[in-house]
Design a protein around this ligand. Structure first.
Ligand code: C2E
Ligand code: MG
Ligand code: MG
Length: 688
């Protein structure tokens, strides 16, 4: 068929079976869609599986082009018998499959290459063309045939252009992109075929004997069979792409969840679980683990809110990262705590220097949303020589060291020692046993006498709690009071102490008072005043015989509400003393907010008073301050006559200490009271 004028066109069109042409187009469109779905899918796979998907891609592409071509050829009926050479027919499908290989490989492995879509599209166009012309060369037509070169060129241009545009469209991730790409690929395959067919020129009849597949009589059935088989192949590819995409989706989701469960969402650093796993994978390697605790965050939170605190964490993480070396690992296993993990053996001093450097970095001011924020930090370190300590035990060792560092004060760093963990274990055990001990009345009160400094007249006793533990023996308050404070048992213990102190004091002569220590934690309990008044009422002790001892720290932490209830207690006649004066905070502002009856000079000054002129000056100044503010002064911890004499000369009002009487159980108090009565009110007649 030479020219493309209307009668020629009609003659050309009359050579095709319309139904089969439609079938070919449908197969081609479905096939193209499948090929592109598989292409997108293959792009999501990594590693060796991508090769499998490349193969499936080439097979579905080759199968699609081949099936379209042969259904379209079955639709072609030039009015003379057609035979097909089996070998060439098979070769044609191979050409399509292999021809697609470089195109798809390029798209999968070099997707970012400039104009990869154009090159791949061109290659696909060539593959379609190669398949077509090899397929045509399998056709044995009586009389033979030739091509009009213009149509050949036009068909190839159509195949290459439409394929390239299809590869460009498929890069878009939306459904419209996929549909557009499918239509373009179908246009490339069908366009190339029918344009080339339009240029087919059939020569005069000339029967040839060949090794043939003869198709004419059952042409329609065969077309249906090819279509069915190719559709089956395409559907199978589609299903596998779709199911596998679900699998990949699930894998991606699992990966996302895995990441989330091992990282802190605020800073993106490893969380405790992630850190534990990382540590476990490093078993056997020498390493140092530094646990860094941030301090003074509460005021930042109170003043500026959570958002600023969150930003502070992020900035702190950045600061730490900037001060670490590339192999180090930074984690955030808990809020307010960072962990640095460094692979290294050797000197403990080096890791201590690193910890101190990091503390220094965190102590520099932070600028957040226009405000300047300053916090502090402490660090606990543990070094492992890789002798197989578990991740969890390393982490808890660092935590224990951090706890000790915090107790030692701001900016401190401590290396973990076994003694630390023994202390912690004991503390934990005491906490566990505390409530049962309260029920079993294992707590008792000792009473330490308080004397007039000059005359040594007995003035009263300070009640001091003891824990008579059935197995561990006598435990002192310095050990169990912090445990009770941290575990919330101090309220119950405090009530018990008050009740007991008032009960015992009632049995003493009228002029003697009892001093009871109050923990800052007890002060926060709004029910405290009522409890104290109730204890007094039950025992019948006159309020002026009770003196409550508060520490300087307790006074600084007070809210207005607590101050009001303290004032109410004082109005009822109860006395107040500042305990351990001079040992705590240097702020004295609380002295004019609340009036105390007594200042108790801390025993650390008394201890130094004989040897250190400074301690003498400070003690003298405290006594002067007390006198100026109308407060009585008592010196604690008097152990020697020399100390007593200096205190007397300095004008101290009262004294308490081992020299004059150690804390003693209730029954010994009665012996002392007997002696005192016999000595005319003085307890230690031997002393001047
Ligand atoms: P504190 O109130 O300053 O009590 C005085 C402590 O100094 C007592 O220790 C006492 O035994 C000791 N001490 C007395 N004279 C001397 C001396 O000459 N030399 C030396 N080195 N020490 C002396 P203790 O009984 O171990 O109590 C320690 C602290 O425990 C008390 O210090 C007090 O703060 C607290 N505490 C004791 N009982 C209670 C209680 O019932 N409730 C509360 N909240 N705290 C209590
Ligand atoms: Mg005291
Ligand atoms: Mg004291």
């Amino acid at each position: 068929m030479g020219g493309f004028y209307l009668p020629g066109l009609l003659l050309w069109a009359s050579r095709f079976d319309g139904a089969l042409v439609v079938l070919a187009a449908l197969v081609c469109l479905t096939g193209s869609y499948t090929v592109l779905v598989v292409l997108r899918r293959a792009g999501m796979v990594q590693g060796r599986w991508r090769l499998f998907w490349l193969l499936l891609l080439c097979l579905s592409f080759g199968g699609n082009v081949w099936a379209t071509h042969f259904i379209a050829m079955l639709a072609f009926n030039p009015g003379i018998p057609i035979y097909y050479d089996t070998a060439r027919t098979a070769l044609s499908i191979l050409a399509a499959v292999l021809g697609a290989l470089p195109a798809f490989a390029l798209l999968l492995w070099r997707p970012a290459m400039r104009f990869a879509w154009a090159v791949a599209g061109g290659l696909l166009g060539v593959a379609i063309g190669t398949m077509h012309f090899i397929g045509m060369s399998a056709m044995k037509l009586c009389g033979g045939f030739s091509y009009n070169p213009a149509f050949v060129v036009a068909s190839l241009v159509c195949g290459v252009m439409a394929s390239a545009l299809s590869m460009r469209a498929v890069r878009r991730t939306d459904v419209a992109g996929l549909i557009e790409a499918s239509l373009l690929l179908a246009a490339a395959i069908c366009g190339l075929h029918f344009i080339a067919m339009a240029g087919l020129e059939i020569a005069s009849v000339n029967l040839v004997h060949v090794n043939v597949v003869i198709l004419s009589p059952e042409r329609d059935n065969l077309a249906a069979a090819i279509a069915a088989v190719s559709l089956l192949l395409l559907v199978a590819s589609l299903i596998s792409a779709a199911t596998d995409a679900k699998l990949v989706e699930r894998q991606l989701e699992a990966k996302r969840l895995w990441h989330l469960s091992r990282h802190d969402d605020l800073t993106g650093l490893l969380n405790r679980r992630g850190l534990r796993e990382r540590l476990s994978s490093m078993t056997g390697e020498p390493l140092v683990l530094i646990s860094i605790g941030l301090a003074r965050l509460k005021p930042v939170d109170d003043l500026f809110g959570r958002e600023v605190v969150d930003k502070l964490f992020r900035q702190a993480a950045q600061r730490l990262t900037a001060n670490l070396t590339p192999g180090d690992i930074l984690a955030m296993p808990a809020g307010e705590e960072f962990v640095v993990l460094r692979k290294q053996g050797g000197a403990a001093e080096d890791s201590l220097a690193l910890a101190q450097h990091l503390i220094g970095c965190l102590s520099e001011p932070f600028e957040i949303d226009g405000v300047t924020v300053q916090i502090g930090a402490c660090a606990g370190l543990v070094c492992s020589e890789g002798s197989g300590e578990g991740a969890e035990s390393l982490l808890s060792a660092a935590d224990i060291a951090l706890r000790e560092a915090k107790a030692a004060g701001a900016g401190q760093a401590r290396h973990f020692t076994m003694a630390m963990s023994a202390r912690l274990l004991r503390r934990h055990q005491l906490e566990q046993e505390f409530e049962a001990a309260l029920r079993n009345r294992e707590f008792l009160l000792f009473f330490q006498p308080l004397f007039d400094c000059r005359s040594l007249t007995l003035r009263g006793f300070e009640a001091l709690a003891r824990w008579q533990h059935p197995e561990r023996g006598m435990i002192g308050p310095d050990e169990f009071i912090p445990v009770a404070e941290a575990g919330g048992m101090i309220t119950a213990l405090g009530e018990y102490v008050l009740e007991e102190a008032c009960r015992v004091a009632c049995t003493w002569p009228e002029e003697l008072r009892v001093a009871v220590n109050l923990s800052p934690v007890q002060l926060k309990n709004p029910a405290l005043p009522a409890k104290i008044l109730a204890a007094l009422a039950r025992s019948g002790l006159a309020p002026h015989r009770l003196e409550l001892e508060l520490t300087e720290g307790a006074m600084l932490e007070q809210t207005a509400e607590v101050q009001l209830s303290l004032a109410a207690l004082r109005d009822s006649g109860i006395g107040f003393a500042i305990d351990d004066f001079g040992a705590g905070y240097s702020s004295l502002s609380y002295l004019h907010r609340f009036s105390f009856e007594r200042l108790k000079i801390d025993k650390s000054f008394t201890r130094e008073i004989t040897a250190s002129p400074d301690a003498r000056i400070i003690t003298g100044a405290i006594i002067g301050l007390g006198a100026a503010l109308g407060m009585a002064v008592l010196a604690e911890g008097v152990e020697t006559e020399a100390q007593l004499n200096i205190l007397r000369k300095a004008g101290c009002g009262q004294v308490q200490g081992f020299l004059l009487g150690r804390p003693m159980p209730e029954r010994e108090v009665f012996n002392l009271l007997d002696r005192v009565a016999k000595a005319g009110g003085r307890a230690v007649p031997a002393l001047g």
